[in-house]
Design a protein around this ligand. Structure first.
Ligand code: NAD
Length: 371
């Protein structure tokens, strides 16, 4: 009989990666026991863990598995143990290969401020309270990959560094579609950010995004903004935004800026999506924004909520389990409202708890909110 179970590949990685992934497994077990949702879960090595076991940050077998499942959930890679390896052999190469071979061109970075943590932001409470925006960053094109690139020595002995910002129509169209689709599931508004005032690639970006909207998504509200203004607006009045779509370079900067509005690295999930096949299935990788945090690895102090929220994104965007995603996000809100904090988000008069206690509390809340 055909097996309809959704297939998940877990790649815990290094440092706190395996510790926080344990708490995702707790949620997966809960869904199995209480909702009868059975995933086919496989687990593999990536980064330093794979280097230690196999001499490479990602084996061909694990890469093939990643291409065959419905979604990949990654913890984090890297750490001082592998810092001296040559660039090509470093743990990060495992992650880069996953992104490249899965052709993950769309990076989704939500910035959500939970009421209980709103005071942790460096911005005023009334500016960030209730913030819920989504930055959609083009991930495989633009100036980070454009040719020509390099450092050359000029005839007079001085040197010149060159990178090229380049985008083709189809690259802009496909990222724009991801943004418009997302907006339809949110508040139906997209703001596209570029530098059309000084860059031809920005003019093309603006024109193509507008064209996709006019031809395919006339119901979605689209505005355009210069990326520098967008950076200012993000700190002045971030709640004006719903979905922001932008290129690789500006997205790199704007998504980190938006992340900091929320005040905590341990709370930030992300998704990277590839193109859809004829059945609408997209390759997808979900991971917390934080790294392997070697300074706290093994101490039971890591905040598991970023990876749990990444799993919620996986349920929402890859597995069409919106109700379960909503329940997990509501449970995260409930544990925070209940006063539990890992060290990174600790506040006066709150209860400081370990990774495991946070995970257990989350599952208890899940039981309540899902009733
Ligand atoms: P980091 O995100 O690992 O840590 C930065 C700071 O935030 C540390 O003080 C850490 O303790 C804290 N922190 C991070 N996540 C936390 C969590 N879930 N709970 C509580 N505290 C948390 O960044 P870094 O220190 O610059 O890098 C450490 C290693 O991670 C390096 O090897 C780096 O290359 C790697 N890295 C990997 C990824 C990835 O796998 N996607 C991303 C960034 C960095």
């Amino acid at each position: 009989m055909a097996n309809d179970n959704k297939k998940l590949l877990l790649l815990p990685g290094d440092g706190i990666g395996p510790e926080v992934m344990v708490e995702v497994k707790r949620v997966i077990d809960w869904l199995d026991r209480n909702r009868g949702i059975i995933f086919d879960v496989s687990e593999g090595l990536v980064g330093g863990a794979s280097i230690d076991a196999h001499g490479t940050p990602l084996t061909d077998e694990t890469m093939a598995q990643a291409l065959a499942v419905d979604a990949v959930l990654l913890g984090a890679v890297g750490g001082p143990k592998w810092d001296d390896l040559p660039f090509e052999q470093k743990p990060e190469r495992g992650l880069l290969r996953l992104r490249k071979d899965m052709e993950l061109f769309a990076n989704l970075r939500p910035a959500v401020v939970f009421d209980a943590l709103a005071e942790a932001s460096t911005l005023k409470l009334d500016v960030v309270k209730g913030l819920d925006i989504m930055i959609v960053r083009e991930l495989t094109g633009g100036v980070y990959f454009g040719e020509p690139r390099g450092i050359e020595t000029l005839p007079d002995g001085s040197r010149r560094g060159v990178n090229t910002q380049v985008y083709d129509t189809h690259e802009i169209e496909r990222i724009a579609r991801v943004a418009f689709e997302l907006a339809r599931k949110r508040s139906n508004r997209v703001c596209s950010a570029e530098k059309a005032n000084v860059m031809e690639s920005g003019v093309l970006w603006r024109e193509e995004v507008q064209k996709v909207r006019n031809e395919e998504y006339p119901d979605v509200e689209l505005s355009h903004m210069y990326a520098d203004n967008c950076a200012m607006q993000l700190v002045r009045n971030p709640r004006q935004f719903d979905v922001i779509v932008t290129d690789n370079l500006f997205g790199d900067i704007l998504s980190d800026e938006a992340a900091m509005l929320t005040g905590s690295l341990g709370m930030l999930p992300s998704a990277s999506l590839g193109g859809a096949d004829e059945n609408g299935h997209r390759l997808a990788l979900y991971e917390p924004v934080h790294g392997s945090a070697p300074d706290i690895a093994g101490k039971g102090q890591a905040n598991p909520l970023a990876v749990v929220l990444s799993f919620a994104m996986c349920l929402r965007y890859s597995l069409d389990m919106v109700e379960e995603a909503d329940a997990i996000e509501a449970a995260v809100k409930a544990v925070l409202d209940g006063g539990l904090r890992t060290a990174d988000i600790m506040q006066p008069d709150k209860a400081r708890v370990s990774t495991r206690v946070m995970g257990e509390a989350l599952v208890r809340e899940l039981g309540k909110v899902a009733d």
